[in-house]
Design a protein around this ligand. Sequence first.
Ligand SMILES: [Zn+2]
Length: 338
Amino acid sequence: MPLQFDPLGFSSWLRHWVSSFLRQGCCFKIHSGFEVRVWSDPWLPHADCFIPKPRCLNTRMLEDTRVNDFFLPGTRVWDEMKVHQTFAEGDADCIMGLYISNDYGPDRLLWTLDPKGTFSTRSAYHLVGASEASSPLLVPPNFRKHICNLHLQDRLKLLIWKVAWDILPCRSNLNRTLDLGVSNASCVFCELEEESLVHLFFYCPQAVLSWRESPWGLQTNRIVDWSIREWVAALLDPTASLSLPADQAELLIRYGAILMDVIWCSRNQVVHNGKRDDVGTVIRRIHRLYVKHSKAWIVAAPVEIIAWQPPRGSGWKINFDVAIRPDCSFSCCGLQKF
Ligand SMILES: [Zn+2]
């Protein structure tokens, strides 16, 4: 039984991401050993990715080799000699110590981050945090919190997150992660480079012009070989990397988020509808949205609320009100002693 996750209703792109993510925490508990493939399914705790390594490089790693092939015939006892001849030393020792359940049921896939083996959103959330902490990112350690606190629409925050993790489905990502074999992976705008996110948003001629026309006049093409994560980190903290004042950070990431959003939408228009905007239109759209979003986030000065206060001492308070209609009018007054 190949290890598969197929959440209903997920797009192929999201399904692939979820599958890759879940593989980090899933491991089979061996019962019959008949359903688990030795060299591709996760089944050995403590091994990298829960998959054992062969003893020698020339070991025959047949795709269809199952775990029960290493039991003594007719039993569920490990064939010690065969195990040691096949697997790397440390893995062979782990296998020999692996408890095989007396239950003859099917092999069970367990979620290793839960003592009961049951998947929970909470444990998956911790796995995301651990992955982020151990990832050699050049982004601040509090990256997620930093993005959450930005004065941006949630949709734009999510976009920055996806860009930083390089998971927007541009052509190079589709080829790299889904192995779709997209024959033409060149940029839809310039057709000069491979369509990666860092090219689309920072090095494509259209992106270079858009950044040059920004309030900071950034010349992104002068900074070569930065990865997409380095660029996002620089936008979030431009003081050290781009020598911009700290008070410009919020504005810069806002401009960057809108730029990436506009360029990504423009790219999708070309790919899916065959509609191509000229560079000037794209830049004007970025500027218009940047001004619009900036106005929306201006913090209004607190308005002083002036309320009636009774004068000191005793007196009379008189309130008037009038309503005027097309064919009549009303008036009234109230008198109160205080
Ligand atoms: Zn390009």
